[in-house]
Design a protein around this ligand. Sequence first.
Ligand code: ZN
Length: 129
Amino acid sequence: MNIPSSIYIKVYKLTGNQSMKNTEHFKNKLLTLKDELTQRINAIDKDIKHEGMSSNWTEQATERENDEVLESLGKTSEEELIMINHALKRIDSDDYFSCSLCGEEIPSSRLELLPFTIHCVSCAEKIND
Ligand SMILES: [Zn+2]
């Protein structure tokens, strides 16, 4: 059965702003980031636990230094993961495109660069000051 293309256009228009703003695109982007971060955190955890620990003292000292780097890297990754989960919740509740401070729309171009931001440019600048 052939469906006239005008019906598709109507359906598209009915879904309104939501699909115009391409929520799916950002959701997929966030889910990909989330996967990458989860893998990174798991890899860091494994490294810190030292599977195949060395018996050499010098190497152990180097490993301890590495641990500090790894721990701070792991902390940053976990913080990012929290922000990503928060952004995913914002998508589900339709808040993703509005600034959490002033309620203004966050431009897609900004979300493209910082998919887990919750602030518009001017609010982000105010916070950083
Ligand atoms: Zn704002």
